[in-house]
Write a protein that binds this ligand. Structure first.
Ligand code: CO8
Length: 259
């Protein structure tokens, strides 16, 4: 909202929209850009008027990766001491759902950024890949971890080991990496529509769903099911459960109060 140099952050009703905006570098994720993304995300997370967040780039590039020019002379011990790019994972601490609307290239850190979001929608020309190996390095923010869970081991190996097997939008949808493919010019509007729908739900329930689904990546099935059931049981202590079930029985629309 005025204060950023590498992104545009704006509110569309109850939706926070972040547009990566370094067109000359295909939205390469410089340290400055990523700090701005985190700052904007945490402002939306703290804003009671915002129910969900959309991150997008340009039609040509969601993001072409970490900024190669910025990191090419890095020294390992300094990377370790400063926890180089450790702040990227801050995104996963955001409680509100984040939808990545991916047009064009989502390569390297760009693909990893999309995978740190909760839902990915792809424009028809989207390209997902992990080309790090061609640069003499490896993925550093989930390309060897989240990608496996999204597309399976063989495909993830092929993508990360060759650096040049990329997924187009349709392949990414077939494999389950993205949930919807849309014409490029409708992508952001559709992502905002889904975010708006989420924003009309009871916000504590929205956050519980996000938390519980994310726990499925960390816990055994029996622990995950217990985690889910305990949260579910607790929803019966809320206004919004009374309102939601009451409205169903009375055949009217619920008015959630986020409590
Ligand atoms: N970093 C810096 N600059 C970039 C990057 C990048 N990742 N990608 C593109 N640019 C720049 C280009 O250098 C070029 O700048 P200039 O005009 O000054 O020469 C400008 O953007 C336009 O790019 P191209 O001319 O190359 O555009 P093309 O349409 O010809 O090609 C491509 C588009 C195919 C996307 C091409 O730019 C490309 O291959 N880019 C690099 C992709 C890549 O290798 N990404 C992986 C980077 S490594 C990484 O992401 C590691 C993540 C680790 C995260 C760890 C977190 C803890």
């Amino acid at each position: 909202e005025g204060e950023y140099k590498n992104i545009i952050s704006e509110k569309k009703g109850k939706v926070g929209l972040i547009t990566l905006n370094r067109p000359k570098a295909l939205n390469a994720l410089s340290s400055a850009l990523f700090h701005e993304v985190n700052d904007a995300l945490f402002k939306f997370d703290a804003d009671e008027g915002v129910g969900a967040i959309v991150i997008t780039g340009s039609e040509k590039a969601f993001a072409a990766g970490a900024d190669i020019k910025e990191m090419k002379d890095n020294v390992a011990i300094e990377c370790y001491k400063n926890n180089f790019l450790g702040h990227w994972t801050d995104i996963t601490k955001v409680k509100k759902p984040i939808i990545a609307a991916v047009n064009g290239f989502a390569l390297g850190g760009g693909c990893e950024l999309a995978m740190m979001c909760d839902i990915i929608y792809a424009g028809e020309k989207a390209v997902f890949g992990q080309p790090e190996i061609k640069l003499g390095t490896i993925p550093g923010a989930g390309g060897t971890q989240r990608l496996v869970k999204a597309v399976g081991k063989s495909k993830a190996m092929e993508i990360c080991l060759t650096g040049s097997v990329n997924l187009n939008a349709e392949e990414a949808a077939n494999l389950g990496l993205v949930s919807k493919v849309l014409p490029a010019d409708q992508l952001v509007d559709e992502a905002i529509k889904t975010a708006e729908k989420i924003a009309t739900m009871s916000q504590p329930m929205v956050q519980m769903v996000k938390e519980a689904i994310n726990q499925s990546f960390e816990l055994s099935l029996s622990s995950g099911l217990l985690y889910e059931r305990r949260m579910f049981q607790n929803t019966f202590g809320t206004h919004d459960q009374r309102e939601g079930m009451g409205a169903f029985v009375e055949k009217r629309k619920p008015t959630f109060q986020n409590k």
